[in-house]
Design a protein around this ligand. Structure first.
Ligand code: PRP
Ligand code: URA
Length: 209
């Protein structure tokens, strides 16, 4: 079974509370999501492999650590995943970015894939699939399916808020994919929205409602 990590640093909890607030403006919502993504990126990259290099400081030559091998690949799920990408890129400027476009059909709640564009060396990278919301899990499962179809093997999932139903669905479909959250909420409502959640992440990020 995969690992479930709740990134519950006090700063993350504080910012997620502001993000949830329906009175938060689009501008503040966007900034807060970006900031939480940066804080979560710190946790999600904790186990990146290191290698030793030599560096010459103004004082002496010394051995020191740098991140080993290829850098990461970030895979935001369009469109709401875009809101978290820059926050992660601030910490990992060398990361390549692939996009998976999915929307959830409001009638069936099933994900529909409409766009995929990935780095050419995506199979060799450690990938972080990014989406603020993990509700039924359908979108995340479909995005990970799409990556695995292209022979990707090292995949993590990073979301702001999840419902237990979504976590369980992803863990059953992809037991090799560790999940990183800022908050695990109570449940889904009859429309597949996370309760208490934050509403529609895409609409709040882009001001479309
Ligand atoms: C939202 C969200 C996830 C998905 C989660 O996207 O950003 O991608 O719903 O729901 P699920 O776990 O039940 O699949 P939405 O389909 O609203 O598209 P958008 O990002 O374009 O607004
Ligand atoms: N998508 C969202 O944006 N919010 C939810 O609560 C569920 C799915």
């Amino acid at each position: 079974m995969s690992k479930l990590v709740i990134c519950d640093h006090p700063l993350i909890q504080h910012k997620v509370t502001l993000i949830r607030d329906k009175k938060t403006s689009t501008k503040d919502f966007r900034e807060l999501v970006d900031e939480v993504a940066t804080l979560m990126a710190y946790e999600i990259t904790r186990n990146l492999p290191l290698q030793t290099t030599t560096v010459e400081t103004p004082v002496a030559k010394t051995e020191a650590k740098i991140v080993a091998g290829r850098m990461l690949g970030l895979i935001p799920i369009l469109r709401a995943g875009l809101g978290m990408v820059e926050g992660v890129v601030k910490l990992i400027p060398g990361a390549k970015i692939g996009h998976v476009g999915l929307f959830r059909d409001p009638e069936t709640m099933q994900p529909v894939e409409y766009y995929t564009k990935l780095p050419t060396d995506v199979q060799e990278r450690q990938l972080i699939v990014i989406d603020p919301m993990l509700a039924t899990g359908g979108s995340a499962i479909a995005a990970i399916d799409s990556l695995k179809k292209r022979d990707c093997t090292q995949i993590k999932l990073m979301c702001l808020i999840a419902a237990p139903e979504g976590v369980q669905a992803v863990q059953e479909a992809h037991p090799d994919v560790d999940i990183y959250l800022a908050a695990l909420d109570e449940r889904l409502d009859d429309h597949g929205y996370i309760v208490p959640g934050l509403g529609d992440a895409g609409d709040r990020l882009f001001g479309t409602k």
